[in-house]
Design a protein around this ligand. Structure first.
Ligand code: GTP
Ligand code: MG
Length: 455
């Protein structure tokens, strides 16, 4: 096994930067270039503690003053000997140090290679490995907490239990196939069926969590809807904090839908700006309006935008109707910095959650944040860690669930043990793929290629 190294921290100038080494030569390579302050060698210091010292270049000149940590395998992240060097974050220092290690025969780590080694050394399973990517990529605190709990093994413990149960059942049935004269007694049969059913229920719960998991990761669909010039694009920009969309005083500025991710009230949204609803004057605008309505239909939350400085118009009623049809809606009565001309009664009657806001001054946007937080709280998963966020995992659980379903039906229909066995084995294989018990090289390849270098 080769010894690998990588810069584990972000690129650019940062306060600190971490170089990671893993493999049989990690300690000897580190000792060649690192001199502890108090003398001696890194390997002579207590492991898993930080040791202050100098990091040298290959010519013996000092590169940096660093803190080094040596973790001997197998009790390390990768399961191999590892050394981490906390350097100063200059890209020049870090790349010079890395080059110095390369000259000693250490090679550059590929994406996810540290985690891949951890997986191959059984320090973590596949679900946990994928949780690391999710944790690094988390866009909200809730998403991070879910990933952290998965890293602790919340999902794997559940599916692992079902796996073990199935394994027991297989042994049981195998015996029945091997010694048919003994038969399976009806009581045992019922017990098996009931255990399979409870396993299926667990898998169902996991599958049911996937929609919320998607919200955690991809964001909840939210559409800005309103007549032209109501200020949808201005609100998008105000909420994002930068000028994403073109804003002009002409009605019909936005044509195409335009999507950005945004955290509002702690929930990740996929916020879409749309074309203003009206009888379109051009073909492009007409298509824009169609897209706006389609977007409103797909949205979990519609932000219905009204121009508070103008009286209610027929187009506003179309907006109200579309918003009422959505699962959740908030009316935003915009331009509250201008004198009010809008009669709000009709709006508030249709959409009780209404706020006066101004995209120009930012007034009311904090209230919007609070209201959205309140309204979307139910969308946040409760059992953090037991929420599937990953399409690969979902697909594997689904396959396991379907096979288990067939096994239960076969049992209930009094089929022969070997018919039940085939389905139970299929369920077992799918669960094995989920956490990587059954190793599929192509799958492992695909998964770890998604990682950053250094992870
Ligand atoms: N005074 C004031 N003007 C605003 C406010 N929000 C938007 N405007 C102005 O209203 C006009 C239209 O704003 P947009 O954000 O382009 O409106 P829109 O709803 O995206 O319009 P379309 O893309 O044409 O559908 C611009 O001149 C904005 O500067 C506000 O809160 N206060
Ligand atoms: Mg616009």
């Amino acid at each position: 096994m080769s010894t690998i190294a990588a810069i584990a921290t972000g690129s650019g100038r940062t306060a600190l930067g971490i170089i990671r080494l893993s493999g049989p030569e990690a300690l000897s390579a580190a000792e060649a270039l690192f001199r502890p302050r108090g003398g001696g060698k890194l390997g002579e210091k207590p492991p898993r503690t930080m040791v202050l010292g100098s990091l040298l270049d290959t010519d013996g000149t000092q590169l940096d003053q660093v803190l080094a940590v040596y973790c001997p395998g197998p009790r390390s992240f990768t399961g191999e000997d590892t050394v981490e060097l906390n350097c100063h974050g200059s890209p020049a220092v870090l790349s010079a140090a890395l080059r110095a290690f390369f000259s000693l025969g250490v090679r550059q780590a590929g994406p996810g290679e540290f985690t891949r080694r951890a997986f191959l050394n059984r320090r973590l399973d596949l679900v946990q490995a994928e949780a690391i990517v999710d944790l690094v990529d988390a866009e909200t605190a809730v998403a991070a907490k879910n990933a952290a709990a998965q890293l602790e093994g919340a999902v794997s413990r559940k599916t692992g239990k079902i796996y073990e149960d199935l394994l027991g059942l297989l042994a049981w049935f195998q015996a029945a196939v091997d010694y048919p004269e003994e038969g399976v007694d009806p009581l045992e049969r019922e017990e098996i069926a009931s255990r399979l059913r409870s396993g299926r229920q667990e898998l169902d719960r996991l599958l049911g969590s996937f929609r919320r998991g998607q919200v955690l990761k991809e964001g909840l669909r939210c559409a800005l809807l309103g007549k032209p010039n109501a200020g949808k694009s201005s609100l998008l920009n105000a909420l994002l904090g930068w000028d994403r969309a073109i804003v002009t005083p002409q009605a019909g500025t936005t044509r195409d839908t335009l999507e950005e991710k945004l955290v509002l009230g702690g929930t990740l949204l996929r916020l879409t700006d749309t074309a203003g609803l009206r009888d379109a004057v051009s073909d492009a605008e007409k298509q824009g309006v169609e897209r706006a309505l389609a977007e409103a239909e797909r949205a979990e939350l519609v932000l219905a935008v009204f121009d508070g400085s103008r009286p209610l118009e027929p187009e506003d009623r179309q907006v109200l109707a579309a918003a009422q049809a959505a699962p959740k809606a908030i009316a935003l009565i915009n331009k509250c910095d201008l004198p009010r001309a809008l009669e709000e009664k009709e709006i508030r009657a249709a959409l009780p959650r209404a706020l006066r806001v101004s995209a120009r001054t930012g007034e009311g946007l904090e209230e919007l944040e609070a209201l959205a937080g309140e309204l979307l709280a139910g969308e946040q998963p409760r059992d953090l860690g037991e929420v599937l966020t990953n399409a690969r995992q979902y697909e594997a659980v689904l396959r396991a669930r379907e096979a288990l379903d067939r096994a239960v039906s076969a049992l209930e229909a009094d089929m022969t043990p070997d018919a039940v066995l085939t389905d139970a084995e299929e369920a077992l294989a799918a669960l094995g793929e989920l956490d990587g018990r059954t190793l599929r090289e192509d799958l492992v390849e695909a998964i770890f290629s998604r990682f950053c270098v250094g992870k």
